[in-house]
Ligand binder design. Structure first.
Ligand SMILES: Nc1ncnc2c1ncn2[C@@H]1O[C@H](COP(=O)(O)OP(=O)(O)O)[C@@H](O)[C@H]1O
Ligand SMILES: [Mg+2]
Length: 331
């Protein structure tokens, strides 16, 4: 049987700017697969090509065995799509939104109501179906969009930033729905996110994408294992982090070193044993160590390791982020 998704050297250029740069990957049937990367990495562009919304500049991709360039209709029937930017009609009820979608997808009249009930139940909105969508909370809207994406029983579900702009608690609920959905109905899920914890919690495998390229692809565990057991991070006063990093490069037990925003992060096994040594070294070098922190590697560290940058850096100030989210939410 064909892979649920197969991507071969896909490229998208916009007026000479390369947004997606020869990416290749496959997603197995029933897999929950994530594209993780900062804003502007090319995630939405990739999803839009795979769902036939935009044409690739070059390369090939297959959904459920169907060629995205040659078998558009078959591809469209195989997939459900939840966009980064919400696309619900607030003046209609939840059920009405689903009903129109069911009609567009050609579900037979007698099937429609049963299927609407089924998908509403799946996202626990059966008692809210007759409310106007404009009265829904952000989390309820997201769940309704997921329900809508499932109405025609797609074999592959695309979720573009499924929890963008939602509060932490709502985000966790949405994660539970996505996980349950994938497990219970066997639908293959490909999602994009710039939230590391989201990718870590949800995905069987993750492709880390940066500047239109895949820089690493594996299970969350294996990606983190690359870095060794522990991350020790020191915060150095007065812009001296580079100086310490240079010295640390000489030490055998240091596996990787990264510096950013006044921090030095080293990965190593048995980090707890190395802390006294690091502090002593700092003192010898007359550096002021503001903080020391030991933890297991996160996907943030993995991203930093492969790109030399932190994902969060891309997001700008909280105000900028808030504005971006509100823009994306159409408010
Ligand atoms: N229609 C377009 N025309 C020109 N540039 C675009 C267009 N769509 C996206 N881009 C650019 O391509 C890059 C990737 O965008 P996108 O795929 O939306 O990233 P992501 O979803 O990872 O945040 C960005 O630099 C963006 O500005
Ligand atoms: Mg996007």
């Amino acid at each position: 049987m064909a892979d649920a998704i197969k991507v071969e050297s896909l490229v998208k250029r916009f007026n000479g700017f390369t947004a997606v740069n020869r990416i290749s990957f496959s997603v197995k049937r029933g897999e929950l697969f994530g594209l993780l990367g900062p804003n502007g990495a090319g995630k939405t562009t990739t999803i839009n090509m795979l769902s036939t919304l935009i044409r690739p500049t070059s390369g090939k991709a297959y959904i459920d065995g169907f060629d995205i360039s040659k078998n558009k209709n078959e591809v469209r029937n195989s997939i459900g799509m939840v966009f980064q930017e919400p696309a619900l009609d607030g003046k209609l009820t939840g059920r009405e939104n689903l009903y129109f979608h069911a009609m567009i997808y050609g579900l037979k009249k007698e099937e429609r109501v049963a299927r609407i009930n089924e998908v509403l139940r799946l996202v626990e909105l059966e008692d809210k179906g007759n409310f106007l969508v404009e009265k829904y909370s952000g989390g309820m809207k997201r769940r309704l969009e997921i329900a809508r994406g499932l109405i025609h029983k797609p074999r592959v579900l695309f979720l573009d930033e499924p929890t963008l702009g939602l509060d932490t608690q709502t985000r966790r609920h949405i994660w539970d729905y996505i996980k349950r959905l994938n497990r219970d109905s066997g639908v293959t899920v490909i999602l994009t996110t710039h939230y590391m914890e989201e990718a870590d919690f949800l995905c069987d495998r993750i492709a880390i994408i940066d500047h239109g390229k895949i820089v690493a692809l594996d299970t969350p565990k294996k990606l983190k294992d690359v870095l060794g057991g522990d991350v020790v991070r020191l915060e150095i006063d007065g812009g001296k982090s580079e100086k310490l990093a240079k010295k640390l490069k000489e030490l055998k037990w240091v596996r990787t070193i990264r510096t950013y925003n006044g921090f030095v992060a080293v990965t190593t096994s048995h980090g707890e044993k190395r802390i006294p040594e690091l502090i002593e070294l700092g003192q010898q070098m007359k550096l002021k160590i503001k903080s020391v922190n030991l933890r297991k590697p996160s996907l943030e560290d993995v991203f930093l390791h492969f790109t030399g940058r932190v994902i969060r850096e891309q997001e700008g100030s909280p105000i900028d982020m808030y504005k971006a989210v509100m823009r994306a939410r159409g408010r």
